[in-house]
Design a protein around this ligand. Structure first.
Ligand code: ATP
Ligand code: MG
Length: 237
């Protein structure tokens, strides 16, 4: 399958059925994501945003269609080993999924260790990621000592510590007040400035997307309804 060289991620006719009843959750979704884009995936609760991100991350296999990333692809019949597939993809989960019995710095070093980074890079990359999101001084705390917003920031640091090519963030501001949401959105901007990572961010908050996105994809009932560019294909501000 042909994928243009500046396309980092391509979804082609993705349909996903889930659960015992094999309900159709995503229907025939296609789009290409270009290097450096900040794509906001909008849609109401139950639209299929998390399912879309999970399909890109390789949690769900599509029933039909294919996902292409970094010259690898996932199809209904095959999937590369997940550690290979996810080597350059960071995921910040809707519910954080931090390891509660590990400190902040341990949480952020784990992806680096799992990916076999050199010993001398592990701590420096992890501290750099914590610095970028403004949580460096909380390195020795356990997640239970942090607010929800602070856990979200650590979750973002963990998702980017290994400098992935693609960041998937699922509702990074869900459940946070305005001030804390702003802090998370600022952290995402710092991440972009520091690492130039392509981002796919799911949210149901239209205002946030309208202000930050270079491109907006809207899904409803598992179908792609809108795919529109904001300020231009590549971030310019
Ligand atoms: N593992 C699963 N098995 C069966 N159905 C599922 C599964 N995961 C999600 N669904 C269904 O798929 C639909 C889309 O769910 P999804 O979590 O992707 O929505 P969402 O857009 O992320 O919603 P929210 O804004 O509430 O996070 C929902 O109707 C949900 O019940
Ligand atoms: Mg969701």
């Amino acid at each position: 399958m042909e994928v243009a060289s500046d396309v980092i991620l391509a979804l082609r006719n993705i349909t996903v059925h889930l659960g015992y009843s094999k309900r159709r959750v995503l229907s025939d979704i296609s789009f290409d994501v270009y290097q450096g884009e900040r794509v906001y995936v909008l849609g109401p609760t139950g639209a299929g945003k998390t399912t879309l991100l999970y399909t890109i991350y390789g949690v769900w296999k599509p029933t039909s269609g294919s996902v292409h990333f970094d010259s690898m692809e996932i199809t209904p019949r095959k999937r590369p080993p997940l550690e290979k597939w996810r080597r350059d993809i960071g995921f910040a989960f809707q519910d954080y999924k931090l390891l509660m019995d590990r400190t902040v710095i341990e949480n952020v070093t784990i992806p680096l260790v799992l990916r076999g980074f050199a010993r001398e890079d592990v701590l420096s990359f992890a501290y750099k990621a914590l610095e970028v999101v403004g949580m460096k001084d909380r390195d020795k705390d356990f997640p239970s000592m942090l607010s929800g917003g602070e856990q979200q920031l650590v979750s973002l640091a963990r998702a980017i510590s290994f400098r992935p090519k693609l960041l998937l963030a699922d509702e990074p501001t869900a459940g946070l007040d305005n001030i804390t949401s702003e802090r998370v959105l600022k952290a995402l901007e710092h991440i972009r400035d520091e690492y130039n990572i392509t981002m796919l961010i799911a949210t149901h908050n239209v205002d946030i997307a309208a202000r930050r996105a270079t491109r907006i994809i809207r899904i409803e009932g598992g179908k792609l309804r809108v795919d529109a560019y904001g300020k231009g294909k590549i971030p310019q501000d």
